[in-house]
Design a protein around this ligand. Sequence first.
Ligand code: Q9C
Ligand code: ZN
Length: 334
Amino acid sequence: MRRFFSPAQVRHAPAQELHNGAFTDYAEKPSRAQAILDAIGGAEEPHDHGVQPIEAVHDPDYLAFLRDAAHLWKEAGRVGEAIPYAFPIVGRRPLALSRIDALLGRYAFDATTPLTTQTWAAGYASAQSALAATHAVMAGDRAAFALCRPPGHHAGRDYCGGYCHINVAAVAAQAAREAGIAKVAVLDIDYHHGNGTQDIFWERGDVFYASIHADPATDYPFYWGHADEVGEGAGEGTTLNLPLPQGTCLDAFRAAQGAALEAIAHFGAELLLVSFGADTWEGDPISSFRLRTDDYPLLARDIASAGLPTAIVMEGGYAIDALGHNVAAFLSGF
Ligand code: Q9C
Ligand code: ZN
């Protein structure tokens, strides 16, 4: 299987994040990428498809914010990384904002996603890896892997959060649509709900979003991923949320994934994107499912049985010592 990664993706390297009320080491470390590369035997550098596929998903003012935020933060005399602390609640009227703190709250939905001067470059490169894997499967490969880091599934059209800035799976899905694939599905099996991907395709009848994740009643991102969220308008019925309780093991996870694959087949998808998070592993430091390393090849084989051209994009997974093994185990099932 072809694998894609750009060295520019490690340039985003915040020192710390606000976690449960205190500063801790940033969990989404650049060393995650090296751990995966070591286990999968390296990767190709992706072709540069330019900024257009990113602009096809994200708003221009948001992209300008991603480029500028850390510089505005420095100009305001701040040290360290840019972190928001004030957020406009739902229903606040649109305002012309200029203060960096106001912009941060406007374009981020949490305080766990610091922005640096290198965030844009790394996110851009991560999206290029996702695009490269998608083009490989559109050219005839059965499966391809994009080592996306930073991850993407929490990022919406005009917001960042959850360590995500550019929604790499959404950029890839949209690029597939524009290349003429009529129906695309995203299967999200990261521990967390992919609220950004859901929001981006909420009213779209041409992109199916299915997610298996920890119940938002107990887990981040709390405000999305409930079972009654099914999409709206042309997208009604093309969002499927399958929340599972903390402590979930292989059997329940596999059954949910089977239901998601059945829905994707019924939808008639011609290309599949997998948002893969290894934070479902039993030892993940910020998550509470109990999948084992040996479970990943089984889950992958079930996905491969769908018989769709499949581009796998990396999302979460924070137990760095086990991360490479878990990713390699998953890829071995294809
Ligand atoms: N106490 C991904 O896996 N932290 N993002 C939540 C705060 C944010 C995870 C816990 C977790 C984001 C791509
Ligand atoms: Zn996650």
